[in-house]
Design a protein around this ligand. Structure first.
Ligand code: ADP
Ligand code: MG
Length: 254
């Protein structure tokens, strides 16, 4: 991915399940090295949008990954660029280590190299999974599993990581840890993180850009200042107050 600092560009992105249109013409650009949040009510199309960006679903319109058209990239090429952490992860009987090693699959040539093991160990360190490395996924809590899935996505060494409600199953400590880790890899490695989230206050703390989605359309897009009472009422149909805390909007019920 070379060029102008662009990681993803979507123009007129549309997607329908059967005849029902879910995403109704979205335009946005995601820069390299940014924390890009997608917020919006249940059913607004957040998960569908992430699946359109990672090639699981085939949207209409133009979607570029770097300079390449998404539809022209092979599955394997795409897997080297985009890591994905789904909203619900499937559980298998593999160990934590082997699961994270699966993240190396798009890069494997003749077998597993020392470098592959090194990358896996780095991801294990980063998410503090050392003590769990040889446990089976069936023996993990929801929060632990979530960290394993994030580690597997990072082991892919992607340029873009898509995370669907990554902090949902996590307690406060793990929420903070996971968000800090994501912020660190974004800032240090120039990866772009595209994150869907319900908690507007977490989005406020970490976002460079926020897109507010409603009924498959972008209502507003911008910096954290888009989290104001007018926009929130438009998108969620609820009245809130927004105060400023350390220069960031803090949404409180009113
Ligand atoms: P969000 O993640 O914002 O809650 P989703 O993208 O999951 O929203 O869903 C958007 C809409 O698409 C919802 O109305 C949902 O019922 C519908 N939908 C999601 N997955 C499917 C599917 N596999 N088949 C048909 N409709 C679906
Ligand atoms: Mg969803």
């Amino acid at each position: 991915m070379s060029g102008n600092g662009r990681a993803i560009k979507a123009q007129g992105l549309r997607f329908s399940y059967n005849s029902r249109e879910i995403l109704k013409g979205l335009d946005f650009e995601i820069r390299k090295g940014e924390m890009f949040f997608i917020v919006g009510p249940n059913g607004s199309g957040k998960s569908t949008l992430l699946k359109c960006l990672n090639g699981i679903l085939k949207p209409r319109g133009a979607v570029y990954i770097g300079k390449d058209e998404l539809c022209k990239l092979s599955k394997n090429e795409l897997a080297k660029i985009i890591g994905y952490v789904p909203q619900r992860s499937e559980i298998n009987h593999l160990t934590v280590f082997d699961t994270i090693l699966l993240g190396r699959k798009p890069h494997l040539k003749w077998g597993i190299s020392d470098r592959d093991i090194e990358v896996v160990n780095k991801a294990i360190d980063l998410l503090e999974l050392n003590e769990l490395a040889f446990r089976r996924l069936t023996e993990l809590s929801g929060g632990e599993l979530q960290k394993v899935v994030i580690a597997r996505a990072l082991a892919q060494e992607p340029k873009i990581i898509l995370l669907d409600e990554p902090t949902n199953n996590l307690d406060l400590k793990n929420q903070i840890e996971v968000m800090k880790i994501l912020e660190r890899i974004v800032r240090e490695q120039g990866i772009s993180a595209v994150i869907t989230m319900h908690d507007l206050n977490v989005a406020s703390l970490y976002a460079d850009t926020i897109v507010m989605l409603k009924d498959g359309k972008i209502v507003v897009k911008g910096g954290v200042e888009v989290l104001n009472p007018e926009n929130i009422e438009k998108v969620y149909g609820v009245k809130v107050s927004v105060i400023s805390l350390n220069g960031k909007p803090l949404v409180v019920p009113s």
